[in-house]
Design a protein around this ligand. Structure first.
Ligand code: SIN
Length: 277
């Protein structure tokens, strides 16, 4: 197995491993260390049906039950799909994952990782962008770090301030999903001890103790700072990619910049995480 960094801060490609077969403990350890070190792993040239995707992701952790069950595969409901062929009830096309975000931060224990496995890709475009929130935190002025340190953000299923609208939850989903949770605006990675900015424009409704006049510009400034090109890795998908990323220290976003007559379809699984601290 070969692991090659793709930038000096985020992303590595992994070659020479076939996740359709059991791997040794050494390979499993190396993959987990690389995941924490590089934050995004693109494990190339896999061809995994849903049951084998589950087996492959079990190398990294346990499956996190997604809040919205609408996209579950009927034959393997722990796996969901991402597709550019779905539409909102009013007929508009739904591009899942557009706009910077981190997954399911409205959960008390948001997923530590998300995994996508490419099944069908457009001939060009449809990249996934990642922004490294630990590097963005390190680059903040000390005064800003001091200001952020005590702040807690209020996360909900769908922020009223978000331009991106999510598919509505089913009734069962609404019962399972907390109304609102509080998470620190700066979280510490449980494995590396590094601090990261923890913002999420689609989920954050406000900041505890600040009125919107103060909170919204602060959140907008943080997002602008954190998503500068210098903190980004942009993943151009290759057939067979299985990509896993660390939601504890990254934002990500999908790009609907390709020909919508072409299909983009990927399997998606998330892995359980800790309470952000
Ligand atoms: C996501 O936000 O999970 C989707 C990313 C993508 O489709 O590129």
């Amino acid at each position: 197995m070969k692991i090659e960094p793709m930038t000096d801060h985020t992303g590595a490609e992994v070659l020479g491993v076939d996740l359709s077969h059991p791997v040794t403990d050494d390979v499993r350890r190396a993959l987990n260390e690389a995941f924490v070190a590089h934050r995004v792993l693109a494990i190339r040239r896999q061809s995994l049906p849903p049951a084998q995707v589950l087996q492959a992701v079990s190398l990294f952790g346990d499956v996190f039950p997604q809040h919205n069950t609408r996209f579950a595969l009927p034959e393997c409901p722990q796996i969901h799909y991402l597709s550019n062929q779905d539409r909102f009830p009013d007929g508009r096309r739904y591009i899942p994952g557009e706009g910077w975000h981190t997954d399911h931060s409205n959960d008390t224990r948001p997923p530590k990782a998300t995994v996508l496995h490419a099944v069908t890709l457009p001939s060009r475009g449809g990249d996934t962008q990642f922004a490294n929130m630990a590097a963005a935190y390190d680059a903040l002025a000390d005064q800003t770090k001091d200001r952020l340190a005590p702040l807690m953000a209020i996360h909900v299923y769908q922020s009223s301030h978000s331009a991106r609208k999510l598919m509505a939850l089913s009734e069962a989903g609404r019962e399972r999903v907390p109304n609102a949770v509080l998470h620190p605006l700066v979280r510490t990675h449980p494995e590396t001890g590094r601090k990261s900015i923890y913002v999420n424009p689609i989920r954050i409704e406000g900041i505890l103790g600040l009125d919107h006049k103060e909170a919204l510009p602060l959140l907008a400034d943080l997002l602008e700072h954190a998503t500068q090109d210098r903190f980004q890795y942009r993943h151009a998908w290759q057939p067979g990619d299985l990509v896993i990323w660390d939601n504890r220290c990254l934002l990500h976003k999908a790009n609907g910049d390709y020909d919508m007559n072409e299909r983009r379809y990927l399997y998606r699984v998330m892995l359980t995480g800790d309470v952000p601290r």
